[in-house]
Each structure stands twice: as structure tokens, then as C-alpha cells.
Design a protein around this ligand. Structure first.
Ligand code: F6P
Length: 459
């Protein structure tokens, strides 16, 4: 593999985003699975990354210079009008539920597709402008699913890869959707198509065969389970701010068991079911002995379903807290609706006795891997949904059906009481996997295929 060939990454979000604060532009690091994971590998390979910087207007070269915007990143401007149709309606209102095996309830309109073609064209133009014939192109996630075909139609001959961070739905769901051929025809144009798990690969192959579409000649279709930067999470104990958060936390939770849950606001994450399951466990333990910290990072609040879910979570948390308060004088759920930065989250990971990860479906779920990497005392325990990507690798967690409230609460009770030796045994196996199959391993695996194998030696 030549490490000299440049990788052109295209993803909806860049690893940085810009906000406007009191009329001034400010540059931040992006949070979120894709941006964080890929952000770690940016130092490994010569890369150019094309994506949306989070503002709804064009930025001038001067503004970018003033922000010290990295020259390895190419910002794609997306106006509020386009964003509404491309991001809210088509990507997150239609494709997101579909990829998770849920038929979208609202039909996409032609105008949503037009906006998506327009945004995709901006990515395609930027790639055409910047790529040399030697570069490889790596497209990420469902937002840009039309990009491979558009690039091929524009005669872009570079080796091209696509990695899907979400699950891929079964044929019985996808083929019911009117526009399935747009997605499959585009994905069939790449040289390397990566999914999180073997289940996704199988679903994709079934869809392709039922639709009568064939992959490009010589294409690789394979599972590449994404990892995290293990060392960064593991070594964070020596970061002073992590230490500060840890000391503060220890003071408030001493003598109590801590159950932690961290997710983005999303109806796929099973937050409501989890709340009811935890209520049962709180009932058994008595609320003063257990702290349940529920962190939900705000997300996609411009989409109706997300606003509704937020209201449902608020209502459920309030109902449970009110009931316990009345009976025991304690409100046991500590609900934080805000993104937690790396340091604060790392301190929570190091404090929690049990991490509860119960999405109904999820591409991978990197929170569970972060928890494993961060906890170095082998005392953690994990209750994990048996339907998410991470469950294919982390089989030594306590696996539960995320739609079964009793199963979640039984798993949680077991995790809280788990004998120390079993905890350690399970922990070592979990850690081995997360350490070995980290984000650098993942990148190398994918790029090894994308760069293409060197030609066989001729005698
Ligand atoms: O594939 C899912 C994903 O792209 C994650 O990588 C990321 O955490 C999340 O969705 C981000 O969502 P959004 O870009 O809508 O904030």
C-alpha cells in the first residue's frame, strides 16, 4: 500500500464546525461519531476533507483565513433553504429511518430530491476541482448516497469507496421504498463498499440481487466495524480537566452505584424503554443507593420526530422522578440534555459502575467503546442491546433485547451485582477487542482495499 496517495474524504459534516456568536464567527471541533472517529486518522494519511462546516452561508477566503480554517478541509456552503430539504427532510426525515429498518412516515417530495441533487453536485464539483488522478475518494454515510453515481456520470475514474455508518435495511423494507434504485445504483458504482457488520452486508447483497443490480467489476463489499482512538480515551486520566471532573463526581456519588447512559437525541436509541427499565431497578434498590445519569445530546431538533421525542423524554423523566420524590423524598434520575465534552464524559465513564446502551438499532455505537477504553480499573460492566453493531464484536457484555423492558432491567440488576471475578474476566475480553480493532485499524483495513492491491509480480 502506498501511503503517498491522497485520500479525498467527503462527508456531510467536517471535523470542525463554525458558529456565529454575537456577529463573530467561531471555529469548534465537531462532536459525533463520524467526525470524532475520522478526525483521529487525519494525521495518518495525506487527506483532503470536503464537508459542511455547520453555517448556513458562504464564507469568504478572508473569513476562512481569519478563523485559521485548516487548509486540508474544504467547506461546502449549504443555505438554510437547501438544508431544510436535503438534511431535515430527505437525509434525516426519509433516509435515516429507512436505513434503520423503519418505513418513513412522510413521503419525500421532488423538491427534497432536487435540493439533495444540488448539494451532492457541490460535493461532486469540489472533488472534481481538487482531486488528481492518483487520489482515492472515500465517501461517508447516507447523506451522500447519490454522490458515487454522480461522480461516475461526471467521468471521475478514481478509485472510490463508500462507508455506511448506519445499519443497512433488509430487502423487505428497502424495496418497498419507491426510490430504492437511486440508492442501490449509486452504491453499486464504488470499488469498496463498507458496512459496520456482516448483517448489513447480507442485507445489502439481498437488496442488490432482488433489484437485479450488479456491483462494478472487481468491487469489494465487506464489513469494516469502526473503532475509536483507544489510547486517547485510555490515557485521558492524566488530563488535568478529567482529574478535576473526577474529583467532583466522586464527592457526589460515594457509596452509591452509578448507572450511566449517553446518547444523541434519537428515536432509534430506545431512551423511553430504558427509562422504564431503570425505574424497575430503582424500585428494587431504593433510589438513594443508585444514581442514574442520563445524558442526551441535542440533535436534529429541526425535525418534528426529534422534538416530539424530547417532549416524551421530559415527560417520562418527570413522571418517574415525581413518583419517587413523593414516596422517598429523592428524585433519582439525573437528566442532562446537553453535549458533554471529552473530559467531562471521560470522568463519567471512569465513575460509572454500569453503562447502559440500549438502542433498538444502531450502526455501531461508539459510546460503549469509549467507556471500555476509558475505564482502566476493570470494574465496569455493560448492558448492551443485542441488535446494534457493537453487539457483533462485544459479545462479553450482558446482551439484552432492547424492546423488552423486563430483559433490560434484569440485565441491569445482574450487572450491578456481578461477582468481581466475572466482571474482570468479561472486561479483559471486551478491552482486548476495543484496543485491537481501534479507529486506526479500521482506517487501515478500509484504505488497504481502497488503494487497491499492488499488481501481482510477474515472473
Ligand atoms: O451515521 C450516524 C451519524 O453520522 C454519526 O456518525 C453521528 O454521530 C451522527 O449521525 C450525527 O448526526 P448529525 O450530523 O445529524 O448531527
Amino acid at each position: 500500500m502506498s501511503s503517498k496517495r491522497r485520500v479525498i474524504i467527503a462527508s456531510n459534516r467536517l471535523p470542525v464546525h463554525i458558529t456565529e456568536e454575537e456577529g463573530k464567527l467561531v471555529l469548534h471541533r465537531s462532536l459525533g461519531g463520524l467526525a470524532t472517529a475520522l478526525g483521529s486518522v487525519i494525521q495518518m494519511y495525506p487527506m483532503l476533507w470536503i464537508g459542511w462546516p455547520g453555517v448556513k452561508k458562504d464564507l469568504t477566503q478572508r473569513q476562512l483565513r481569519d478563523l485559521s480554517f485548516p487548509d486540508t478541509l474544504v467547506p461546502i456552503a449549504i443555505s438554510a433553504r437547501l438544508l431544510k430539504r436535503y438534511y431535515d427532510r430527505l437525509a434525516n426525515g426519509t433516509l435515516w429511518p429507512l436505513m434503520h429498518g423503519i418505513m418513513p412516515t412522510r413521503l419525500s417530495q421532488e423538491a427534497d430530491w432536487d435540493a439533495t441533487f444540488e448539494v451532492t453536485k457541490r460535493f461532486s464539483d469540489a472533488i472534481k476541482q481538487h482531486a488528481t488522478s492518483d487520489d482515492v475518494v472515500w465517501v461517508h454515510d447516507y447523506h451522500l448516497v447519490l454522490l458515487p453515481k454522480m461522480l461516475r456520470d461526471e467521468e471521475i475514474k478514481n478509485r472510490m469507496g463508500f462507508f455506511l455508518h448506519t445499519p443497512f435495511p433488509p430487502a423487505k423494507t428497502l424495496l418497498k421504498w419507491k426510490h430504492f434504485h437511486r440508492m442501490l445504483e449509486s452504491l453499486s458504482q464504488v470499488d469498496v463498499l463498507g458496512f459496520q457488520t456482516e448483517r448489513d452486508v447480507k442485507n445489502f447483497r439481498e437488496c442488490l440481487s432482488e433489484a437485479g443490480i450488479r456491483m462494478r467489476r472487481g468491487a469489494v463489499v465487506q464489513a469494516f466495524p469502526i473503532g475509536i482512538d483507544y489510547k486517547a480515551y485510555h490515557a485521558a486520566v492524566s488530563v488535568p480537566q478529567v482529574g478535576m471532573y473526577l474529583r467532583k463526581l466522586k464527592k457526589t456519588v460515594t457509596g452509591k452505584k452509578v448507572i450511566l447512559s449517553v446518547s444523541r437525541l434519537d428515536y432509534t436509541k430506545g431512551i423511553i424503554e430504558q427509562l422504564w427499565a431503570v425505574e424497575k431497578v430503582l424500585e428494587q434498590y431504593g433510589p438513594g443507593k443508585v444514581v442514574y445519569k442520563l445524558v442526551v445530546a441535542p440533535s436534529r431538533e429541526t425535525v418534528d420526530e426529534y422534538r416530539k421525542l424530547k417532549a416524551d423524554i421530559d415527560e417520562t423523566v418527570e413522571a418517574i422522578n415525581k413518583r419517587f420524590k413523593k414516596r422517598y423524598g429523592i428524585a433519582p434520575i439525573e437528566f442532562a440534555y446537553r453535549s458533554h465534552g471529552f473530559e467531562e464524559l471521560n470522568a463519567w465513564y471512569r465513575t460509572a459502575d454500569v453503562l447502559l446502551v440500549t438502542p433498538k438499532i444502531d450502526g455501531m455505537n461508539l459510546v460503549v467503546k469509549e467507556y471500555i477504553a476509558a475505564r482502566d480499573d476493570e470494574r465496569g460492566a455493560i448492558v448492551l442491546s443485542n441488535t446494534i453493531g457493537a453487539a457483533f464484536q462485544l459479545t462479553d457484555a450482558i446482551l439484552v433485547d432492547p424492546t423488552d423492558i423486563n430483559a433490560i432491567s434484569e440485565g441491569l440488576s445482574y450487572a450491578l451485582k456481578m461477582p468481581a471475578l466475572e466482571r474482570i474476566r468479561r472486561w479483559r475480553l471486551l478491552r482486548k477487542n476495543v484496543r485491537r480493532e481501534d479507529v486506526f485499524w479500521w482506517t487501515k483495513q478500509f484504505l488497504h482495499e481502497l488503494y487497491g492491491k499492488p499488481p501481482r509480480a510477474t515472473k
